[in-house]
Ligand binder design. Structure first.
Ligand SMILES: Cc1cc2nc3c(=O)[nH]c(=O)nc-3n(C[C@H](O)[C@H](O)[C@H](O)COP(=O)(O)OP(=O)(O)OC[C@H]3O[C@@H](n4cnc5c(N)ncnc54)[C@H](O)[C@@H]3O)c2cc1C
Length: 436
């Protein structure tokens, strides 16, 4: 089966990887210059399979006014005359219900666990050369009230099979001596040993190399922007691209924030909206006191990941700025957070700033699976968890396209109102049509 995957970010590349492992002839098409150069490039580097609770939670509602008013707050909002923004926000607020947040957490945890097993299998099998570590993740709380509230989430997640430990301030420092600078302010911590960290861009580049050097190589077509999909009855007949038409037997939309525009052209509304964020990458020297595990500063919503002799710091959510430009005041706030949290970081030189767009859905759940077009599939809307969930989502999609049962029930991430079908069904229908 000839399959075209649209998008060479981490989600498109893992999609291509599992489809080519199933023996399909796969082409990845991307409008940019190479693999992983958009949202996957310098993200927070966290493979945090157990921290999947969505942003849409009733606990965020009382915090929103102060976040929105403060220039340095983790979340900023720029209202625009953009119906997509308001529609997304309305759906987000509607999803901020305790029952909905708990259900979504339980569903995403299943995908997170599956993703972890696939990431480890991929790393062991392909031996990609990328910065990857399995040192766990420490959540640091600086106010007792939030720490107490977090304990009920730990209990809830334990009931779903998550292994997490509650730590005293002293135990936090024993585990991560680099936190000494803020030691007196720590109220407690939660440590999860099963979490990994990795350089997403390096993994993207490696996946491309691995797939391109297979006996049946995956083809990559860059600088090829998909402008539209040609519909013929209940199928996609081809792609209109900046480099001419491309045809295949099946198509997967996996192009991050670009998915909304493309899918909507054929009447599918995945509700994907860009949530901007920032990162800094520090080079560490012999005097640097940097964390070895991934660390999350819960007060400021900033995450830290160790990537060999570098430290990746990421955070901020800017709603309403859909550009990739780097806002100087947001980077300055992020740097201040780093200075307060790790006062003895002592990096070498200046950190590298980056801005990216999270392809976010209001309820925090990606859409993975079939559409009403028999040969069109979606793997979109992974928001703040695209790196974490890419392998699991793509494994799940490949299972569905093959008509195989999967470890994660496909219905959880299905587009509403769509019945499951497989590539084999589409292929049979297409053969019947040609014969007629
Ligand atoms: C600041 C920040 C920190 C983050 N931290 C983490 C983290 O720690 N852990 C985690 O799991 N996730 C994190 N994320 C989220 C994660 O980076 C994203 O969810 C993930 O990269 C999305 O991958 P993607 O492949 O869907 O999209 P992308 O990586 O954006 O790839 C989409 C590709 O599609 C191409 N494309 C778009 N439109 C078209 C078109 N019409 N035709 C052809 N090609 C097209 C683009 O050129 C691009 O290459 C973070 C995101 C940000 C912004």
């Amino acid at each position: 089966m000839k399959i075209v995957v649209i998008g060479a970010g981490i989600v498109g590349l893992t999609t291509a990887y599992y489809l080519s492992r199933d023996g399909h002839s796969v082409t990845v098409v991307d409008g940019g210059d190479g693999a992983g150069l958009r949202s996957s490039k310098a993200n927070g580097a966290q493979l945090s399979y157990s921290f999947v609770s969505p942003l849409a939670d009733p606990a965020v509602l009382p915090k929103i006014p102060s976040w929105l008013l403060g220039r340095k707050s983790p979340l900023s909002f720029r209202p625009k005359a953009d119906p997509d923004q308001w529609r997304w926000l309305f759906a987000f607020l509607k999803a901020c219900r305790a029952s909905k947040a708990q259900k979504t957490t339980a569903e995403l945890l299943q995908l997170g666990v599956y993703s972890r097993s696939l990431v480890h299998e991929l790393v062991a099998r392909e031996k990609p050369r990328f910065e990857f570590g399995s040192s766990g993740k420490l959540l640091v709380y600086q106010d007792a009230k939030s720490f107490t509230a977090a304990q009920s989430q730990v209990e809830f997640q334990a009931s779903l099979g998550c292994r997490q430990m509650l730590l005293t301030p002293q135990q936090c420092l024993e585990r991560e001596p680099s936190l000494e600078g803020i030691g007196k302010t720590i109220a407690g911590g939660i440590f999860t040993p099963t979490e990994d960290a990795g350089d997403c861009l390096q993994l993207c580049t490696e996946l491309e190399r691995i797939m391109a050097s297979r006996a049946q190589p995956v083809a990559f077509r860059y600088k090829t922007k998909v402008e539209g999909l040609r519909i013929e009855q209940d199928q996609i007949a081809g792609l209109r691209t900046s480099q001419g038409d491309i045809t295949a037997d099946a198509y997967v939309i996996a192009n991050g924030v670009g998915a909304q525009h493309l899918a909507r052209q054929v009447g599918i509304d995945p509700y994907v909206y860009p949530l901007k964020g920032y990162s800094l990458t520090y080079e560490l020297g012999p005097d640097s006191q940097a964390p070895k595990a991934s660390v999350s500063d819960l007060r400021n919503k900033v995450v830290y990941a160790r990537l060999g002799n570098r430290l990746r710091v990421a955070g901020m959510v800017d709603i309403g700025d859909t550009t990739m430009s780097i806002a100087r005041h947001r980077i300055a706030s992020l740097r201040q957070n780093v200075g307060r949290f790790f006062p003895h970081l002592n990096p070498i030189g200046e950190p590298e700033p980056w801005a990216g767009l999270r392809p976010a859905r209001p309820d925090g759940k990606p859409i993975i699976g079939a559409t009403r077009f028999k040969n069109l599939w979606l793997n979109v809307g992974h928001g703040a968890l695209g790196f974490t969930l890419a392998a699991g989502s793509s494994g799940l999609l490949a299972d569905q396209m093959a008509g195989r049962p999967s470890q994660v029930p496909a219905a959880i991430f299905a587009l509403k109102g769509i019945r499951e079908h497989s590539v084999a069904d589409a292929s049979r229908r297409s053969a019947r049509r040609s014969a007629a």
